[in-house]
Design a protein around this ligand. Structure first.
Ligand SMILES: Cc1cc2nc3c(=O)[nH]c(=O)nc-3n(C[C@H](O)[C@H](O)[C@H](O)COP(=O)(O)OP(=O)(O)OC[C@H]3O[C@@H](n4cnc5c(N)ncnc54)[C@H](O)[C@@H]3O)c2cc1C
Length: 334
């Protein structure tokens, strides 16, 4: 695709007709970029029984919504969704396409980028235009920040996680154009989602928890991990983790905090046995008070937190749990 100065696109996502927060947050960013480029914001929304659902998209800043509303789109179908989006992109020639780093978005974005023969930057934490109107897609890398651009190919494509960008103020009076999308009959159907079984999240949601305890590789093993989980329970906190805890199978991917995980902004964050790599700490910038427990006094995490405890977490955490419980019992007795 050539350089078109076309619209800024957001591929929005909904579950049961509820627009995801990340889609509204990306529309907020798209609005800023489109205003600077002097172009419009267009949103693609696919699903079934969407009825009046586009209104929040307009309220967040969309000018135009392409709405694919069909029983065939009730579940996310990677091949069909890709086909519809690619065909529309070839017609509309968007300058920029933004997609949420959700489970779907992480699959859909590279499928679309590959078909459009363009670049894609995953898990961006900032999106700005350079002096030539080229999108700088900023990610944490090599211990700092890296700006990636796609100067030749179009669209410029980027994904970002929930909470990276603020949710824009919704202007409920704003309306826009809805363009219905036909679902072509000859779509590929090699992969089909027949049923979706939802797993209810355990414990407190990370994104809204006032206290977050995050564990890392320093947990050592499952037993060490259980201690960290116990600390979270004692504090009535949400339990998060770093990448190695997911790789070891101690924690689920949905609890990973950072560039490719969740963004958290608790009143209190306690990082246990983690080094403070930027890919993790970018997810905790919204935390008010930060504490780290690490047995290496040189660990980079100590430069980023308010309070540092240099100790072996496997010895310190059980003592801390006992002290918290003692305190809590005293409070109840008073
Ligand atoms: C593109 C990309 C995206 C990524 N996205 C994410 C992301 O979203 N989230 C994320 O977390 N990571 C992410 N990573 C991985 C990230 O770069 C780091 O590798 C990871 O965060 C390190 O996890 P850690 O701190 O638990 O492990 P390590 O870096 O290995 O640190 C372990 C720490 O534990 C300490 N320790 C060891 N034993 C003990 C003990 N007994 N008591 C106390 N302390 C102890 C050590 O001193 C060390 O500081 C990403 C990487 C890439 C390349």
């Amino acid at each position: 695709m050539g350089n078109t100065n076309g619209p800024v696109w957001v591929i929005a996502e909904q579950i049961d007709g509820r627009i995801l927060a990340v889609s509204l947050q990306l529309i907020g960013q798209a609005r800023k970029l489109a205003d600077e480029l002097g172009t419009s914001v267009e949103v693609v929304l696919l699903g079934d029984k969407l009825g009046g659902q586009p209104q929040p998209l307009f309220a967040a800043g969309a000018d135009r919504v392409y709405l694919g509303d069909s029983p065939e789109l009730a579940f996310y179908q990677p091949e069909i969704y890709t086909e519809i989006i690619v065909k529309l992109a070839q017609e509309r020639q968007p300058e920029i396409v933004l997609i949420g780093s959700t489970a779907r978005g992480r699959e859909l974005a590279p499928l679309v980028a590959a078909r459009l023969a363009t670049g894609l930057t995953a898990h961006c934490i900032e999106l700005v235009l350079d002096e030539n109107g080229i999108l700088e897609q900023i990610i944490p890398a090599y211990g700092g920040l890296l700006s990636i651009t796609c100067p030749e190919r179009r669209p410029q494509m980027a994904t970002a996680a929930t909470g990276v960008f603020p949710t824009p103020e919704l202007d409920e009076t704003k309306t826009g154009e809805i363009i219905p999308l036909e679902v072509p009959a000859d779509l590929p159907r090699r992969i089909q989602t027949l049923e979706v079984v939802r797993q209810e999240p355990e414990g407190m949601p990370l994104e809204s928890a006032p206290i977050v305890v995050a564990g890392g590789a320093g947990a050592g093993d499952v037993e060490g991990w259980h201690q960290i989980a116990e600390l979270a329970k004692a504090l009535n906190a949400a339990l998060g983790c770093t990448r190695p805890a997911v790789d070891e199978g101690w924690a689920g991917l949905e609890t990973m905090i950072g560039q490719s995980g969740k963004m958290v902004s608790p009143e209190l964050y306690i990082g246990v046995g983690l080094s403070g790599e930027l890919q993790h700490t970018v997810g905790i910038v919204g935390a008010q008070v930060m504490v780290a427990i690490n047995n290496d006094p040189q660990a980079p995490v100590f430069e980023q937190v308010d309070y540092g405890i240099v100790d072996d977490c496997r010895e310190f955490v059980p003592v801390l749990i006992d002290k918290i419980r003692e305190y809590q019992e005293k409070q109840v007795a008073c």
